[in-house]
Ligand binder design. Structure first.
Ligand code: E4P
Length: 224
């Protein structure tokens, strides 16, 4: 079954979303992290603790492999459920490859993926996850969900077990389309998660049921 991750670094949002029982992991990025008041490392530890054993993606800031590997090892030491997010590119591939050698392997999520070839290279280098950004592709007039579908087709045909995270989700339709094409995971901002749970007809339905209940208790007839 498709897993829903929360795309957020906000502690209140995380606690609230966790209480719904629908969240299996979490992704952050530098933009989300820097919006929060808490210091970076405190936030990483706190989020990882709230998420218990579920994976938490935290992104490196370095742009060269050496620095990425160093940062990744430091992040991985903060909590056992950290997944290190590495931006796609040659330096990112080198870092993922190195983080998968030796005894202390670090689980990597290759982010900012915009083509099947990028996803393939990330998987070959050893990524546990790839994150195609469907909203940002839609923004430039391309087909974000189409990319997710193509990556799934190629990975399935090739027997690649790297997990595909549909990222840069902008609205509930993105989530249902990502699930329909077979994404393993959709990472969703809290605003979209709330939209997913609601429907105007559900609200109208509840209101009407309660109004009927009150009228019946006052002895009024309930018309159909
Ligand atoms: C995913 O891992 C990213 O944090 C996120 O989905 C980016 O989305 P945006 O394009 O809305 O910034």
């Amino acid at each position: 079954m498709v897993q829903i991750y929360l795309d957020s670094a906000n502690l209140q949002e995380i606690e609230e979303a966790l209480s719904w029982g629908v969240i299996s992991g979490l992704t952050t990025n530098p933009t989300l992290m820097c919006k929060e008041a808490e210091p970076f490392e405190f936030l990483v530890k706190k989020i990882c603790a709230l998420m218990e054993t579920n994976p938490v993606s935290v992104e490196v800031l370095s742009t060269i492999a050496e620095g990425m590997v160093k940062e990744a090892r430091h992040l991985a030491n903060q909590a056992p459920n950290v997944v290190v997010k590495i931006p796609m590119g040659v330096e990112g591939l080198k870092a993922v490859y190195r983080l998968n050698q030796g005894e202390e392997k670090v689980s990597c999520n290759v982010t900012l993926v915009f083509s099947v070839n990028q996803a393939l290279l990330a998987a070959r280098a050893g990524a546990a996850y790839v994150s195609p950004f469907l909203g940002r592709l839609d923004d430039i007039g391309w087909d974000g969900v189409g990319l997710v579908r193509e990556i799934i087709e190629v990975f399935t045909r090739q027997g690649i077990d790297t997990r595909i995270i549909a990222a840069s989700i902008r609205h509930p339709r993105h989530v249902h389309e990502a699930a329909a094409v077979g994404a393993h995971i959709a990472t969703v901002p809290f605003s979209v998660l709330k939209q997913m749970a609601r429907h105007p007809l559900t609200d109208i339905g509840v209101e009407r049921f309660l109004a009927d209940w009150d009228r019946a208790r006052r002895g009024e007839e309930i018309g159909r």
